[in-house]
Design a protein. Sequence first.
Length: 185
Amino acid sequence: METTSRLLERQGYHGTGLNQIVRESGAPRGSLYYYFPEGKEALVAAAIAEQGDRMRRFASTILSEIEDAVEAVDRVVERLIEFFSVSEHCGGAPLAAVALETSASSTRLRTTCADAYKGLIDAFAQKLTQAGYPLQQAQALATTVVASIEGAVILSRTQQSTSPMEQVRAALRTLLTQARAERQG
């Protein structure tokens, strides 16, 4: 699963083959078909679901460690920038490649990606709601956070620079601070 996730993030769905997954993971080919008799799509769906859960837990852990919602979201983005930097500008968007490639051709993968994104959005929305943002506003802001991060990662990967991620980090901090100030009146 880890090998599948890593290859999908670097090469996308169509660029990643079962032979490469078997070769790089060292897993016996028979095990692959035993656990995933439906083939590549089933394996990718399981890898995406696991990666989505991992991303949600990553964000939730950081969000729970810091009381202030603005600071907590900022710290999540900061940690993503750190990870992106050490991954040689190749990491940070484990769902994006599959979501973009398969959303029109595979209902299973589209819904698996949608569920993974929903879990991540819910983690941010929960933190914002706990901080006193009204539910609808928290949901909208959480969607903006996740969409901004995903877009920034794509831009950062193409530019081979953390600059877009750093700009989004500053913009999200401003957005959340302004929304809090408006709420507090």
